[in-house]
Design a protein around this ligand. Structure first.
Ligand SMILES: Cc1cc2nc3c(=O)[nH]c(=O)nc-3n(C[C@H](O)[C@H](O)[C@H](O)COP(=O)(O)OP(=O)(O)OC[C@H]3O[C@@H](n4cnc5c(N)ncnc54)[C@H](O)[C@@H]3O)c2cc1C
Length: 489
């Protein structure tokens, strides 16, 4: 066994859950180490905010574009298929189960580098599924306020020329970025200098201008300022219980060496896909033998539907942010937002082709009908469109209405599933599988995020959701992490 490092609190993952936990525990005086499998991403205007130079990367553009993909796991209809590491330091992770494709980000700051910046409160029914104090809307309002105080989201200030059909009717969601009309050199809540948004429409492949208020520029900075250590390019492979806590084994992606940490408390915040991977694998290997039977059950895709409109809404070099607005809502179970496909100005992808299309992004409460299992040496998620068929039909019908009104054709619904005629789904919002509950026979973690049967082991990311918010989930994930951290500090 190699050199074992000991620490009070170990956090796995640095996205919406991990960065919040790290900041708040470090501010409370706890000794915190964060392990993140991806690199520090560098932006043109603010650089990389920390980390040794060899663990920093420029966003995938131009010759670096191959780094768009980190890894891919393709489980064909047989249910088997390997997990392939493409670039340890790539931006996106792709998982494909027979009827569900999952996309998520990688790097210090997690999904905040690839998300479309929308911070939206969940629909009201979401809170009813939580236990105890978490049913109290006023309590959640306070948690949301804490997150907003750090990420300072605001609606885009003006109507965007790109959607003349809907602009006056769009709901403009709060976006975590520095608005285009701000002065230069805005000092954010963590004291980092950011720049106004250039409106390049490339939000989902990493903001090179330092306008996105990502987690590495905010909560992670607060964690570092309070003494936390953030280790980038450290891919956690195993968690096992040992006397007095947990042992975490990881691969250092830079050196190829194995590294081991021991901690009294471990906070698993690897995002729903990878948290389930780590915990289901630990159960399979007998490393965490008392994990509840509910692990892997009630998995959801947040009702994600991706539509591609063949229209030409953008005639401009600066289309605006990735998301322009939310279409008028007629049914509170779901929402549909409008977006642009990024065409990196520095890249080689044909801009002429990409700018002829725009996106419709639907999401809704699918009731978490899926199930994740460990099979054939990897994770497989059983999830079918028909499990939430009525919701998907409603979203698709509404998308058709918008396409018709814009005199456009809705070409694709869920692009990765074309060959299966829409029977498969693709999601950027995987959730559930480690649901919060007031009893071990109905969930995996208690109201404080602590895993039943494993004191000192916590889960705080979207895998704890006991219901689908039906809205972009990151605000609620960060808010739940604020709640977990407050109890654990
Ligand atoms: C294209 C796209 C657009 C999106 N738009 C929105 C939006 O507008 N609004 C919204 O609310 N949500 C959006 N999302 C979803 C959002 O990104 C996620 O909800 C959010 O990032 C989840 O937070 P998390 O903390 O659970 O996980 P993440 O933010 O994914 O963080 C998990 C971190 O753990 C790391 N990790 C994983 N496995 C390991 C391991 N084994 N060892 C070490 N580290 C590990 C990952 O690299 C990652 O940094 C979008 C997602 C995508 C892909």
């Amino acid at each position: 066994m190699g050199f074992v490092q000991t620490v009070e609190d170990l956090v796995i993952g640095s996205g919406f859950a991990g960065s919040v936990i790290a900041a708040r525990l470090a501010q409370a005086g706890r000794q915190v180490v964060v392990l993140e499998r991806g690199p520090w991403w560098r932006t043109d205007t603010v650089g990389s905010q920390s980390g040794a130079a060899e663990r920093q990367r420029a966003f995938p553009r131009g010759r670096q574009a191959a780094r768009l993909l980190r890894s891919i796991e393709w489980r064909a209809r047989t249910g088997l298929g390997a997990h392939r590491l493409v670039h340890a330091d790539g931006l996106f992770d792709v998982h494909r189960s027979p009827h569900l494709a999952v996309f998520c980000g990688s790097g210090v700051g997690g999904g905040s580098h690839v998300y479309t910046n929308m911070l939206v409160e969940p629909r009201d029914a979401f809170f009813d599924a939580f236990p105890g104090v978490l049913q109290d809307r006023a309590y959640w309002k306070d948690l949301f306020a804490r997150v907003r105080a750090v990420l300072r989201p605001q609606p885009w200030p003006d109507a965007l020329p790109r959607w003349r059909h809907w602009n006056d009717r769009f709901e403009r969601p709060d976006l975590a970025l520095i608005g285009p009309d701000a002065a230069r050199d805005v000092v954010n809540a963590a004291g980092v200098v950011q720049q106004p948004c250039e409106g390049c429409g490339e939000c989902i492949i990493g903001c090179t201008y330092g306008a996105k208020t990502t987690l590495d520029l905010t909560y992670i900075q607060m964690a570092l300022q309070a003494g936390a250590v953030v280790e980038a390019l450290i891919d956690v492979r195993a968690i096992r219980s040992v006397d007095g806590g947990y042992e975490v084994t990881a691969r250092d992606q830079q050196t190829g060496r194995q590294r081991i940490w021991r901690a009294r408390r471990v906070f698993v915040c690897a995002g729903a896909l990878n948290t389930m991977r780590l915990l289901l694998r630990a159960r399979e290997r007998g490393d965490l033998s008392r994990l509840p039977a509910q692990l892997g059950r009630r998995v959801g895709a947040n009702g994600d539907v991706l539509g591609l409109l063949s229209t030409a809404p953008v005639q401009d070099d600066a289309p605006g942010p990735s998301i322009g607005g939310i279409f008028p809502r007629t049914d509170d179970r779901y929402l549909i937002a409008e977006g642009v496909i990024p065409w990196p100005r520095s890249g080689r992808i044909s801009r002429g082709l990409l700018e002829r299309f725009s996106l419709l992004l639907g999401m809704g409460d699918d009731g978490l009908p899926g199930r994740a299992v460990w099979r054939g040496g990897g994770l497989t998620i059983a999830y079918q469109r028909s499990d939430a068929g009525e919701l998907y039909s409603a979203i698709e019908a509404r998308m058709q209405e918008f396409a018709h009104a814009a005199r456009s054709r809705l070409r694709w619904i869920n692009v990765p599933s074309m060959r299966s005629r829409g029977a498969s789904r693709a999601t950027v919002h995987l959730m559930g599988g480690c649901t919060v509950s007031d009893a071990p026979n109905s969930g995996v973690v208690n109201a404080s995020g602590e895993v039943y049967g494993h004191p000192g082991l916590f889960v705080a990311d979207g895998s704890i959701f006991p219901a689908a918010p039906g809205t972009p989930p990151s605000l609620a994930i960060a808010a739940f992490a604020e709640h977990v951290a407050a109890a654990a500090a």
